[in-house]
Design a protein around this ligand. Structure first.
Ligand SMILES: *Cc1c(COP(=O)(O)O)cnc(C)c1O
Length: 407
């Protein structure tokens, strides 16, 4: 029955926001967890219980770290309980203090990880073509208090790494990358994880590659790895010996087992995301006002975000109205990363004038729409989602009017 409704998504009266039945019975999420071979994972859980070694750098964490190093071609990998703690540990191990320049268009954890340790995040605007930090703006924000730059490889698309490395070297600043989105991606043929002083991945359940919760700090710097390793473990360097303040950033064995399982299926996850990306492009590229982000397919990518900029003028209907249309159909599209870190607390109160210096962040945050993908989303689902969008655009005036009158 649902199949029939989906195939014939052509008429405005079918829209749930106009009283039709929702296109989906179950909510379609932006990213439901990708899960690899269940049996392999359950066998590993059995082994962990047999070992009675649940955490504190057990054999699964050891193996996972070695496999990550090999996959990324990087010297050191420190798994962590989540990327937020990973960013905090990396920032502290790098000696970041005073001011650190960071994009405002990112997930709030990028800014929080700095502020949490008394570092002032200084928000930088993005390049509107790539959505990543604009190196030209970075130069203008450097003060005598600046100690570093944190770039974010947003949507898995690498920052302008070369320009940032040049600035960091010339101005003697540390360079850290929030690579939460960029596991499995490359820059000029080299895997993300090898750039700046260190990079931090997130393996949260909502990321395309997950360990339930988790992440990793990776670096080619021996001293930095040694220091971060101490901070990750309360500052211990041996039994009963603590040399500095540290935290608990350890990954558990069961999380590492999930990571090892999911690594085996990584190529499948990417293949599905790539198929979905092309399905969206086929369906939406010709729709007026819909500007889908592009992935450079000459590099390795993970295609994990299907982000679209909606030009309300061209489409006749804005991003926020489209979100209402989609949510009524149980398509839980999101507005990542609206409204920008500078408009969330505590930064909103601390820097009330920040918006004026971030015009491109503001513009993109107002247009961005992130659509469902991942292994829980089929090409048929995508055709239905795009059918809804086409009907909404084709009947923009009526849909807008309906939303305004019904709130
Ligand atoms: C998800 C995410 C984080 C935080 O990762 P956790 O593992 O959930 O702590 C940090 N930065 C960005 C850009 C993210 O998307």
């Amino acid at each position: 029955m649902w199949g029939a409704v989906k195939e014939k998504f052509v008429s405005i009266t079918q829209l749930a926001i106009l009283g039709g039945a929702p296109a989906f019975e179950m909510p379609l999420h932006v990213g439901r967890p990708n899960i690899g071979d269940r049996q392999q994972f359950m066998a590993s859980v059995g082994q962990i219980l047999d070992n009675r070694w649940l955490t504190n750098f057990g054999p699964f964490v050891g193996q996972f770290e070695r496999e990550l190093c090999r996959f990324l071609g990087v010297k050191h990998c420190l798994t962590v309980c989540n990327a937020t703690i990973g960013l905090e540990i990396a920032a502290r191990a790098l000696g970041l203090a005073g001011e650190v320049i960071v994009p405002a268009f990112t997930f709030i954890a990028t800014a929080h990880s700095l502020h949490w340790q008394g570092i002032t995040p200084v928000f930088c605007d993005i390049d509107p073509a790539t959505h990543t930090i604009d190196p030209a703006q970075v130069e203008h924000l450097i003060t005598p208090r600046t100690t570093g730059i944190v770039g974010v490889h947003l949507w898995g698309r690498p920052c302008d790494i070369e320009a940032l490395q040049e600035i960091a070297a010339r101005r003697k600043l540390k360079l850290l990358f929030d690579a939460a989105h960029a596991f499995g991606c490359s820059y000029r043929g080299r895997m993300i994880g090898n750039f700046g002083d260190a990079e931090v991945f997130s393996f949260h359940a909502t990321k395309f590659f997950n360990t339930f919760e988790g992440g990793a700090i990776v670096t080619n710097d021996d001293d930095l790895a040694r220091h971060a390793n101490i901070i990750r473990d309360f500052g211990f360097t041996g039994y009963d010996r603590v040399v500095e303040v540290g935290t608990n950033g350890k990954m558990t064995e069961v999380c590492a087992a999930m990571g090892l399982t999911n690594l085996r299926s990584l190529d499948d996850f990417v293949r599905i995301n790539r198929r979905n990306y092309h399905a969206y492009r086929r369906e939406l590229d010709a729709l007026p006002g819909f500007h889908l982000i592009h992935y450079d397919e000459s590099e390795r990518g993970n295609f994990q975000y299907m982000a679209v900029e909606v030009d309300a003028q061209e489409a006749g209907i804005g991003r926020d109205d489209l979100i209402k249309v989609l949510h009524a159909e149980k398509v839980l599209a999101r507005r990542y990363f609206w409204p920008g870190c500078h408009r969330m607390e505590p930064y909103r109160t601390l820097y009330p004038d920040a918006a004026a210096t971030l015009p491109r962040t503001e513009a993109v945050a107002d247009r961005i729409l992130v659509l469902p993908t991942g292994s829980a989303v089929s090409e048929e689902d995508i055709e239905t989602v795009c059918g809804i969008l086409r009907v909404a655009v084709a009947n923009a005036a009526e849909v807008r009017q309906r939303i305004t009158s019904h709130g």
